[in-house]
Design a protein around this ligand. Structure first.
Ligand code: CP
Length: 377
């Protein structure tokens, strides 16, 4: 690929690009990381400005955009409570932003809104997470795998994503694996809400139904990837890596053969504690612990986590939940971690925090590329 090929383009989803184009971004990120380690002056974008428009909370993504922009010599604005999307049309806001800035980093729920923003914007927009996809996170994960296995050493290996897939994470990993050439297994629970609630004590069931009246749909309850997403993934595999496999199952034993295991925060930290219990019942057996890692039958299997993680009860949201649980066995289980145990997390901390650091280098690569990486400073 030629330098400057990304200039002016939006970076909204991995599938908008070819595997070769994504590979170019990974190689650029590796180069920028090496430069930073050598304290090379990276201020190639002096005089340019980045708007970070964040409608959801963030630690890594925000810090990565802000430090990347500063390393590149740019100015930044972090905007989290403006008229955008409420008292001003998207079209009008985008006309303002396009006049003042050179690039926009966006985090919000609604991918259709991001696409509308992109249509109205005359400057590139980078997706910092929507409910559709988390593409910059995927670049950081594959950069990490480049470093673990050697450049493209991930090809043909098996990535297992287990537990609560959410609307975005399992799909994002599946798209990335299809494009970069890894087998992908999604292991998740199909347990219904009624079944999960039936496993609570009579008192807990009563308290749950007081908060969530019977029949109320619970957003994000279904573990399975929607059929249209699965069809899309199969088409991507057929197009780019037909030799690789893609499966979804409820069976935790299917973790056998994994080279990389990953999961996501269960995220049951909103509303009253009682509303979290059915989700814990649903995903408990999908916790990544040493027994589960042993089931891979691969002593070299590694664990990645995009963070934030709940690998013990030492943050306030986890503490609140654990303290509200009456069942001593469940309490003991949760003290050791939610989606991943402290043991597995700490065993793999070197990979996990490398993955977090690589958010910065990959986001810098995307920022530099969409601004025109033919500019050398
Ligand atoms: N992984 C990730 O996107 O982290 P933040 O939510 O902290 O940005």
């Amino acid at each position: 690929m030629e330098k400057g090929a990304f200039k002016g383009k939006h970076f909204l989803a991995l599938e908008d690009f070819t595997p070769e184009e994504l590979r170019y971004l990974l190689d650029l990120a590796l180069k920028l990381k090496a430069e930073k380690k050598q304290r090379v002056d990276q201020r190639r974008n002096i005089g340019q400005n980045m708007l970070m428009l964040f409608e959801m909370e963030s630690t890594r993504t925000r810090c990565s955009f802000e430090t990347s922009a500063q390393d590149l010599g740019m100015g930044t604005t972090y905007l989290s409570n403006s008229h955008f999307g409420t008292k001003e049309t998207i079209k009008d806001s985008m006309r303002v932003f396009s006049a003042m800035y050179d690039v926009i980093a966006y985090r919000g729920m609604d991918h259709a809104q991001l696409q509308e923003m992109a249509r109205e914007s005359t400057i590139p927009i980078i997706n910092g997470y929507t409910m559709h996809e988390h593409p910059t996170q995927m670049l950081a994960d594959f950069m990490t795998l480049d470093e673990v296995y050697g450049r493209e050493g991930y090809k043909g290996k098996t990535f297992v994503y287990i537990g609560r897939g959410g609307a975005c994470c399992a799909f994002s990993y599946a798209v990335a694996c299809a494009m970069f050439g890894m087998n992908f297994k999604f292991i998740t629970s199909y347990m219904t809400l009624d079944e999960a609630v039936s496993r609570l004590s009579p008192e807990e069931q009563k308290l749950f139904y007081q908060e969530v009246p019977k029949g109320t749909p619970v957003a994000g309850w279904s573990g399975a990837m929607p059929d249209d997403q699965k069809k899309f993934i199969r088409e991507l595999y057929a197009k780019y890596n037909p030799q690789c496999t893609f499966t979804e199952t409820e069976d935790v034993n299917e973790v056998k053969g994994a080279d990389v295991v990953s999961t996501e925060n269960w995220g049951f930290f909103t509303n009253k504690a009682i509303t979290w219990l059915p989700g814990i019942v649903k995903y408990k057996k999908y916790q990544v612990n040493r027994e589960l890692m042993a089931k891979t039958e691969n002593p070299n299997a590694i664990f990645l986590h995009m963070l934030p993680a709940t690998h013990n009860a030492d943050h306030s949201a986890a503490r609140k939940l654990v303290d509200s649980v009456d069942d001593p066995e469940l309490k003991k289980f949760l003290e050791k971690g939610f989606e991943v145990t402290d043991e597995v997390f700490e065993d793999n901390a070197a990979y996990i925090f490398r993955e977090a650091e690589n958010r910065q280098h990959t986001i810098k690569a995307v920022t530099y590329a969409v601004l025109g990486d033919d500019v050398e400073g």
